[in-house]
Design a protein around this ligand. Structure first.
Ligand code: SF4
Length: 428
């Protein structure tokens, strides 16, 4: 019988694989854990503690599970991930968790599980010594500080003792601070990198070598500049593994690259050292004023240049857009349509997403804009032809739900940065 269960889902799989590696490396015996994707197994096994990790977009399903668990056997429930970090009070008061983990979880969950085990799985004052937690003692809300893991690479990307594998997180943090994105506020503005020897060592377990990073071409740099030598050193070091039959995917799923980093010198490296002939970039808008408003720090010309270079070097460009951005006019949307059309004419793929306000970001309290008739028709037509991918339709509904949630339960963001998150919905 297991006392502690880990609730794995499709979306938290990679995060938990890494956290389990971190737990194991600190000396936690993973055989003590029930690690399962099967909620029924948790219900059957009735553990004393269950760990969850989720995004705000998932809270409605999570809430139903929590309700059922409370009715069936009332375990201690711990939540981590982006939602718990950005909205701990909502996580505790409304979703019904007992403890929220705030920030980067590698060290927190180790100390938390040890302390809980020692104290019979009860919330005790001792928990206030662990940084990165929010919980209630009686009526009193206790927040122990934001948990930061500066050198995340001190922890392996996955556990040695379990047959679990996920793309390796090679870099963490992002200096760009796009207003809609949670990454810098949860992982920090400075990019840190897993050392090359470790990436090589752990890549051996993968048949297809894939990596998690906010910007694959920024490997080795503080984030905003290119360090081609460092990037090449990494890709070169992975070549013996390729020769043994593994394939190397770089700058594509599950990561992407920023458009201004797509240059002949970076593309030459991918041609020479990697197996993918697709690259994913974020354009987000075809209107420079919108790019400025969302703090993307690149312009439309960088997207066009990146697409041209990718085609020249034999890559299929996969380009992400966000439609329905705050204060996006019909004219701005027309500019995005023009850019999408241009990309498709050139042979690239477009992925369209609808703007979703995420807690903890500067745009958390901003309203999405309605799609113009022209945009609606264009996306519908292109999707029917299989030329545009993306789930903007469902996201329109989800965006409204998120907006309502944030309006109702707004919390001042707790974040990695020491100053308050600047909330702004003004156009550029
Ligand atoms: S969207 Fe990408 S570039 Fe912008 S802040 Fe997030 S991770 Fe960084």
């Amino acid at each position: 019988m297991h006392e502690i269960a880990i609730r794995i889902t499709k979306r938290n799989h990679n995060a938990f694989v890494h956290l389990l590696g971190a737990l194991e490396s600190q000396g936690f015996d993973l055989s003590d854990l029930l690690i399962t994707k099967d909620f029924k197994e948790i219900l059957k096994s009735r553990p004393k503690v269950i760990l969850y990790s989720f995004f705000t977009e998932e809270i409605w399903e999570i809430k139903d599970e929590i309700k059922l668990l409370r009715e069936k056997f009332n375990p201690l429930l711990i939540a981590g991930g982006y939602h718990a970090t950005a909205m701990p009070k909502h996580t505790l008061n409304v979703l019904g968790f007992d403890i929220a983990v705030i920030g980067e979880g590698e060290e927190v969950i180790y100390h938390l599980l040890l302390t809980l085990r020692k104290n019979g799985f009860k919330i005790s004052r001792e928990l206030s010594k662990i940084r990165g937690l929010a919980f209630y003692v009686g009526e009193k809300f206790v927040f122990t500080g934001f948990a930061k893991v500066e050198d995340f690479w001190h922890f392996p990307p996955y556990p040695e003792g379990l047959r679990l594998i996920a793309p390796i997180e090679i870099s963490r943090g992002c200096p760009f601070g796009c207003y809609y994105c949670q990454t810098p506020y949860v992982k920090g503005f400075r990019m840190r990198h897993r050392p090359i020897d470790q990436i090589v060592k752990y890549s051996r377990r993968m048949k297809d070598m894939r990596y998690i990073t906010p910007n694959a071409f920024a490997y080795g740099s503080p984030g905003a500049i290119l360090k081609p030598n460092k990037l090449e050193a990494l890709l070169k070091a992975l070549q013996p593994l390729r020769k043994e039959g593994r394939r190397l995917y770089y700058g594509t799923f599950p990561s992407e690259v920023r458009p201004e980093f797509v240059l002949p010198k970076t593309l030459e490296l991918v041609v020479k050292y990697a197996d993918n002939r697709r690259l994913a970039i974020g354009a987000q808008s075809g209107d420079d004023a919108m790019l400025k408003a969302m703090h993307r720090l690149h312009r439309v010309e960088h997207v066009r240049r990146a697409v041209e270079y990718m085609l020249e070097y034999g890559f299929e460009p996969v380009v992400d857009f966000i439609v329905g951005l705050p204060n996006e006019s019909v004219e701005s949307q027309r500019r995005s349509i023009e850019l999408m059309k241009w990309i498709m004419r050139k042979g690239g793929k477009v992925r369209a997403h609808y703007f979703m306000p995420l807690p903890g970001t500067p745009w958390a309290r901003c309203k999405s804009s309605p799609l113009s008739r022209e945009m609606e028709k264009f996306l519908g037509r292109m999707a029917a032809k299989g030329k545009i991918e993306g789930s903007w339709g469902n996201q329109i509904i989800l965006s409204k739900r998120l907006q309502k949630l944030i309006e109702e339960f707004y919390e001042e963001p707790i974040s990695y940065v020491n100053h308050a998150v600047r909330v702004t919905c003004e156009s550029a």
